[in-house]
Design a protein around this ligand. Structure first.
Ligand SMILES: *Cc1c(COP(=O)(O)O)cnc(C)c1O
Length: 427
């Protein structure tokens, strides 16, 4: 029996309609930007394996450090105990995060990093004796799949079965070009009611919404409003962190610093599951007390897993190297050139580019959604060319590992050109 058939007999895959989905592609090995299937076919990983991979697959430097850690200490409970990798990683994160960040709270994925930030924000006001209950989020945002993270995410088909159980959130529009004033007015209106604890946002780039971009100035204005009203700001950098947007964090483009930052995905270079939530001193200090009830009662069994922290430390060395900075600039330049070529081409409605992320929005009628057949056709077209590109509805994007070469980028662009031709041939 093939691996795919054995898989189908025992496994339930994420975001997959198991009745109709084709059998999964069995991957047995990875190297650089490439994934190798059981039958020997090589696939170019143009989406960094769900946005996690930074430096290529099975990177020898990360593998070595992980292996050493495994032979030294694989895990230890993280209440009442600590270990070198967790401390070193927290020190390094605080070195590169916005300067006001003062503490790191570990968890094990992006959704939990968000849950922790939301609980910190709500309990912050509770501990101060001035409870606030409202969270503000962007209408089209994505912050994860656990209940709290779902509640602050875009409400739609994916969350519909749980809608009655999701807590109320004040949603505001994303301040895309031309809508900055509206978005700010919506925030001002809800802030004026005095009950807003926190505003959570994906800084400058909303991933799952379709790689939607908006300007630093627009976010600066929203954050300034939060400051005026004593509202905590939470930058969800789960996707944008560690160089994705051309700088180490998207927050570096901003005039002010968020009170909390959520990290995961690229934190380990795509090697291990790890989440982290950082916070400013004022947030941390609101939990310091003789009163035990002011404790943040939250934790996961694998909090600060040493192997994950070791992977993160190894990835961090690569991310902070001059070679990585050069790669970020090189990929951005290649993206710019391709974006220029695509500008005003038939079938293209919009092109969005930030750092290493490039998205093309195809002009198709708006009833075309994630579920449409066009999405599947585009996906299959890419696969037939041995490139992994997963469309978000009528939006195709690439977020390649930073080691992706210029030739490999050209392969991605060539598939995108064919996709544009496919879309225009249908109109
Ligand atoms: C992927 C993502 C999450 C959720 O992370 P998981 O590790 O998949 O739970 C949260 N926020 C943003 C912005 C993301 O892109």
């Amino acid at each position: 029996m093939s691996l795919a058939t054995r898989d189908h007999a025992v496994i339930w895959h994420p975001y997959t309609q198991m009745q109709t989905a084709p059998l999964p592609i069995p991957i047995v090995r990875g190297q650089g930007a490439w994934l190798y299937a059981e039958d020997g076919t090589a696939y170019l990983d143009a989406v960094a394996s769900w946005w996690v991979n930074l430096h290529g697959h099975a990177h020898p430097h990360i593998a070595e450090r992980v292996s050493k850690q495994l032979h030294t200490l694989e895990h230890v409970l993280f209440a009442g105990f600590t270990h070198p990798a967790a401390v070193e990683l927290a020190e390094q994160l605080l070195e590169i995060l916005p300067a006001n960040q003062a503490r790191i709270f570990y968890s094990d994925n992006g959704s939990t990093a968000v849950e922790v930030a939301l609980k910190m924000a709500l309990q912050y006001f509770h501990n101060l004796g001035r409870p606030r209950q409202t969270i503000v989020a962007f209408r089209d945002s994505y912050h994860g799949d656990t209940f709290g993270a779902m509640a602050v995410s875009s409400r739609g088909a994916f969350t519909a079965p749980f809608a009655p159980l999701l807590f109320d959130v004040a949603f505001i529009d994303v301040p895309v070009p031309g809508h900055e004033a509206e978005s700010l007015a919506q925030l001002e209106a809800v802030a004026a009611q005095g009950d807003v604890a926190a505003f959570i946002f994906e800084p400058l780039l909303l991933g799952t919404a379709g790689m939607i971009t908006y300007s630093p100035d627009a976010l600066n204005a929203l954050m300034a409003c939060c400051q005026r009203h004593g509202i905590l700001t939470i930058a969800d950098e789960v996707m944008t962190g560690f160089g994705r947007t051309g700088r180490l964090f998207a927050s570096e483009y901003l005039a002010s610093q968020p009170d909390m930052v959520c990290l995961s995905k690229g934190i380990t270079g795509g090697t291990m599951a790890l989440g982290a939530t950082s916070c400013a001193a004022a947030v941390y200090e609101a939990f310091l007390s003789e009163d035990k009830l002011k404790t943040l009662f939250h934790g996961h069994s694998y909090t600060a897993n040493p192997v994950a922290c070791a992977a993160a430390l190894a990835s961090m060395e690569l991310t902070r190297s001059a070679e990585c900075a050069a790669n970020l600039a090189r990929i951005n330049l290649a993206h710019q050139q391709f974006a220029q070529e695509m500008t005003d081409q038939p079938g293209i409605r919009d092109i969005r580019l930030l750092g290493t992320v490039l998205a093309l929005e195809f002009a198709v009628d708006t009833t075309t959604t994630y579920f449409s057949s066009l999405r599947d056709e585009l996906y299959q077209l890419a696969l037939s060319q041995r490139v992994i590109l997963r469309p978000l509805g009528n939006i195709i994007y690439t977020m390649p590992p930073y080691c992706t070469t210029n030739e490999e980028l050209q392969l991605i662009y060539s598939v995108m050109r064919q996709m544009r031709e496919l879309v225009t041939s249908k109109r």
